[in-house]
Design a protein. Sequence first.
Length: 244
Amino acid sequence: MTSALMEPDDEEDEHAFQGERERIFCGGRLVVKTFEDFVSYAIGGVVTRASEDLARWSAESAPEGFWEGCDCIELGSGCGLVSSTVLKLGARVFATDLPELLPHLEYNLELNQEVSSSRHSVHALDWGSQAAKEELQKKMSSGMAKGIFAANCIYDHDAVRSFLSTIMAFSGPETLAIMCGVPVPSSTQASGQASYLDSFLAAVPDFFDCHLLLVPGGADSAGRGRSEGDLAGSSLACSICRSH
């Protein structure tokens, strides 16, 4: 499982737009449509920067044909940009979110579904329900996914462990789980106050073997670098940021 951080103020003003948009990937060879509606669906009705970054990675960084015929699941799909992207790349998609967001999610997937096939489905998935996970596993080819995607899913300390257990439930030896949009600790955060990243880092070793990697150019790719002076507090997350 790999994850990427994001600055809390890096998002565009997603509240300012309502309507259909196109995202263009792979030098114009792949066009993905989404209808965004903040008024009706709040944050679940707009495409965040993390979702767009994850969709772009799925389209442009994975080897050509990598998703063809694979079962892929997205957690907290929102507008379904990532699900729609891998759908257009040939995957069989299981897009999940809260029950009230499913009509909007289904509409967006339909915008990108080939008329002659039906390789997508939408599902309400309670991360804390083992029964819900098992029910969705029955709908998949092997009960496991080739790809698991999650953008902006770490937004509550209490949800971290159920989020990780959900990733684990759908993971097999060949699964690639990618998450994006974990907020980095704020420079104004009070000393000793746990961030969402702290909660994530503290919990994830209970579910997976963990390795912290230095990615060349990672800070530049994330939008802007941060100096040690920008990092306040003595939290676990801040300590890791300083060291790496």
